[in-house]
Ligand binder design. Structure first.
Ligand code: ARG
Ligand code: ZN
Length: 846
């Protein structure tokens, strides 16, 4: 069935507390739940969610309930109002579950001999009968019985002995934040003293052997705790904070109260095994989950339609954190590049949906770039509209007003309205409508007055034919012809379909720098010249727009080349100037040297109604790399050699930025030297960033066989490192061989496809191989469909998530479309397809 936002009704019972007893056993775990319940508004039928549970008994106020008093279905247990007393009562259920057989990794399951849980969004109903919805909040008491040495749950430890442990969480919470872990685990421990003097014990729990890869995660947690106090005034609220690394995990990590559970790839790091990007992501995700303690846990969501209330805000918070503690302006550049690659792509295709959707069949399918990353952009726009002080005032009010509640987007908007006195009714469309607005700009200059005229249009998206104008904050600055800033950044608020803004008293026609800092998630369209873009790349005082100017030049050049043109001289020239600009940091220069990806070029062509040809796009991109390398060989060699980082590895931003420049220069140079330098770098590298970077460049040339073999020999026993080996080959192998390479790895017998990280490393890597996946004969689509069909019965959530590889299929030519459609229809026609994957395929087919 379909769940609708408009069907929301409060739950008719309040739960004062829940007490859970787990007797752990791989094939037959017993779970006894005791709920203290009170009717809210008179006696009503009592429904408890429950799936795949073997019911052993139900008792009401201590007396077994007669079979006629309740009904049991595949989705839950309902006790008729007539069987319930007038006032408060205690309900007890006992069920049996089999964690070892749980391959979906939702609810209680086993990973490498340890027990762990994942309850968001609706996994708790696979553990016990309960109203599994976020607006039902209660205090949890948990007893775990098991011989395993480490037994963890939420909150504080309140009892421990031979074969058992008891935990009590003083903070009421929804069931999706419940967690349990049991296993042979080792802790890396530390502490943090909060601003008000509370000492918090911190532990990072991992399997024996992984202890030496936890220091960075622990330090990241400490930095996050400090930052949330400084930036948001938020202190931690328990004496203990545990993080556990798990090898089999469907997503990145989970913010369970006081017991965060992480995919091990987002905890474990050492210079030999993790890249600079891995370090950065670990820090960001540790921060993200920690920040959820206030934005998610203390204030949660009323229902799952409100998911972006906690996710958009928490992503915005983790992005701000990484900007402040690590990357500065570069962070915005990375985030926008990612937003365009994932969210704009989603918004332009059959899966487009608003940050707050209004219906779903399977909520797991809505943990999307739109809910997370566009949700974060919407929060960022509110911060831009209110200014730093206004934003902080609004957030203070949010925490004060809603602490302990399960809230909606309406509550959130109201806080901003009350804190600022502004009407945000139109702004709210950002939450309730899908699609990326296109903003076109024209300019006029006359008698010292400069006028910018904006026009906004949003194309229809599935189910939303009409798109009223949005409230768009547009940060604009004006530069003089010699590069100095004549009008500093102002935020122009666009609210109409077409709107003009004037600047007076100018001596000469300025050069506009529009949408500074990417102040709104829109596509900016402006008739400009390559010369003007080159000028902005050289002079813009806004670092984001400086990068953006170079990006526009590169994209336009590549689009033209993919249609047969030769590269624009202005672009080639501008790259040389940028390379020579020693005032720009290495990290920034690296970001400017990286060309837009093939998928981004395809999207840009499709937007101009040109049918993208994946092979021509790939040829254009590689052709431009070679042209740049020839033209700037000396400067690139200088950048390559000059940015070597001697001495012991540090994941800090400065050395990481140098390594990024070194690899970006090497990527271009590799088109000239047949991989000579990349081979040499591979041989001498002492950190994973350079090893895997060099290996990827070799693979992209159709070379690197010896290095791939050596890498596998060295790292064969380390699955997280071997994920990189698989990814690099799946993603970067030339299109002629990619399908065969992926097939060979998949069928090698060593490929543990049931583990989500392994599956994603290979198939996710392949989906990112634009020309390989979209091979004209459809072999890429067919291979991908085979694997989704194989994974779906075991792990529907990951299968459904990976099906987004097909979201662009309508962009391409008729032959490719025919093959993609056939692959999708083959999936759709599979017997017993999961609700997750069938919803996705249905939407993909439109
Ligand atoms: N709340 C978690 C986070 O943002 C992610 C949970 C994802 N759950 C899911 N069913 N996909 O970090
Ligand atoms: Zn989150």
């Amino acid at each position: 069935g379909v769940t609708l936002l408009s069907d929301y009704k409060p739950y008719p019972y309040e739960i004062e507390k829940i007490s859970l007893v787990f007797q752990l056993a791989p094939e037959a775990t017993k779970v006894r739940a005791t709920l203290a319940m009170t009717p809210r508004d008179g006696v009503a039928d009592l429904h408890l969610d429950g799936e795949d549970l073997k019911l052993l008994g139900v008792a009401l106020n201590g007396a077994p309930l007669a079979a006629e008093a309740y009904t049991l279905t595949t989705t839950g247990l309902t006790i008729a109002a007539s069987a319930l007393p007038e006032g408060a009562f205690e309900l007890q259920t006992e069920v049996e579950i089999a964690p070892a057989k749980n391959t979906a990794l939702e609810g209680l399951y086993m990973s490498n001999g340890m027990y762990c849980t994942q309850c968001e969004a609706e996994g708790f109903r696979k553990i016990t009968f309960y109203p599994d919805r976020p607006d039902v909040m209660t205090r949890f008491h948990v007893r775990i019985e098991s011989d395993l040495p480490v037994l963890l749950s939420n909150g504080n430890p309140v009892g421990q002995g031979a074969g058992f442990a008891e935990w009590d969480d003083p903070w009421p919470k929804p069931a999706y934040l419940f967690a349990l872990v049991a296993g042979d685990l080792r802790a890396t421990s530390g502490s943090f003293t909060t601003a008000s003097g509370r000492k918090v014990d911190l532990n990072i729990w991992v399997r024996p052997g992984d202890e030496d890869r936890c220091d960075f995660a622990l330090a990241s947690l400490q930095r996050s705790m400090k930052w949330d106090e400084e930036a948001y005034g938020r202190e931690y609220d328990l004496d203990l904070f545990n993080i556990v690394a798990v090898d089999d995990f469907n997503m990145g990590a989970m913010e369970n109260k006081g017991l965060n559970i992480f995919n091990s790839k987002l905890v474990l790091a050492s210079p030999e095994t993790a890249t600079d990007t891995d370090y950065e992501r670990i820090e960001a995700v540790i921060a993200h989950e920690y920040f959820h303690n206030w934005t998610g846990n203390r204030i949660t969501c009323r229902d799952w339609f409100q998911l972006c209330l906690k996710e958009g805000l928490t992503v915005y918070r983790d992005q701000s954190f990484t900007r402040d503690v690590r990357l500065g302006a570069l962070k915005r550049i990375d985030d926008v590049a990612m937003l365009r690659a994932r969210q704009f792509r989603e918004d332009a295709g059959p899966l487009a949906h608003p940050p707050r959707p209004s219906s779903y069949r399977e909520i797991n399918n809505f943990y999307t770039a739109t809910v997370y990353e566009k949700g974060a952009e919407v929060v960022g726009m509110l911060a831009t509209l209110l200014g730093a002080e206004g934003y902080r005032k609004a957030l203070d009010l949010y925490f004060e007003r809603h602490d302990g509640q399960a809230c909606t987007i309406e509550d959130w908007i109201k806080v901003f309205e009350d804190a600022s006195g502004r009407d945000l009714g139109q702004f709210k469309l950002w939450y309730t409508q899908a699609g990326t607005p296109h903003l076109s700009v024209s300019e006029q200059f006359e008698n010292g007055t400069y006028t910018l005229t904006f026009e906004q249009v949003t194309a229809p998206t599935p189910g939303e034919p009409e798109k009223p104008p949005r409230h768009i904050p547009t940060a604009v600055g004006l530069l003089g012809q010699n590069g100095d800033e004549v009008v500093p950044t102002q935020v122009l608020e666009m609210t109409k379909g077409r709107q003009s803004f004037t600047f007076t008293g100018l001596a000469a026609k300025p050069v506009p720098s529009i949408l500074r800092g990417f102040s709104a998630p829109v596509v900016l369209e402006r008739d400009t010249t390559p010369a003007e873009q080159a000028f902005l790349l050289a002079h813009d005082t806004d670092p984001f727009n400086r990068w953006e100017a170079g990006r526009n030049l590169a994209r336009d050049t590549l689009m033209a080349m993919a249609q047969g043109a030769t590269p624009a001289p202005d672009y080639l020239e501008a790259v040389g100037q940028m390379l020579a600009d020693d005032a720009a940091t290495p990290g920034f220069r690296a970001a400017c040297l990286r060309l837009p990806g093939e998928d981004e070029i395809a999207a840009a062509l499709a937007k101009k109604d040109v049918v993208p040809d994946p092979d021509a796009i790939r040829a254009a991109r590689r052709g431009l790399m070679a042209t740049l390398a020839q033209r700037h060989e000396a400067a690139l060699v200088g950048a390559y050699e000059g940015s070597a980082v001697p001495g012991p590895y540090s994941p800090d931003a400065a050395p990481a930025g140098k390594r990024a420049l070194r690899l970006a220069a090497l990527a271009l140079l590799s088109t000239l030297d047949q991989g000579r330098r990349a081979s040499a770098l591979y041989a001498e590298a002492t950190n994973m960033t350079e090893s895997i970077g060099a290996l990827g460049l070799l693979v992209a040339q159709g070379a690197g066989q010896a290095e791939l073999t050596a890498f596998a020999a060295r790292w064969g026993a380390d699955p997280l490192v071997m994920d990189k080996w698989r990814s690099v080959q799946a993603m970067l192998s030339p299109p002629e061989t990619a399908v065969e390479v992926v097939t060979a790895i998949a069928e090698s017998g060593a490929f543990e496809w049931k583990n989500p990280n392994r599956f994603r490393s290979l198939l996710g890597g392949f989906a990112a191989n634009h020309a390989g996946f979209h091979r004209a004969d459809g072999a890429g689509y067919a291979l991908f469909a085979d694997w989704l069909i194989k994974l779906d019965p075991l792990n529907p959530q990951t299968a459904a998530r990976m099906s987004t590889a097909f979201e662009t299929w309508r962009r391409y030519d008729a032959t490719r479309q025919t093959h993609a459609k056939a692959a999708l229809e083959r999936i759709a026609g599979t017997q017993g397809l999961s609700r997750d994957l069938s919803e996705m395929v249905g939407r993909l087919l439109g």
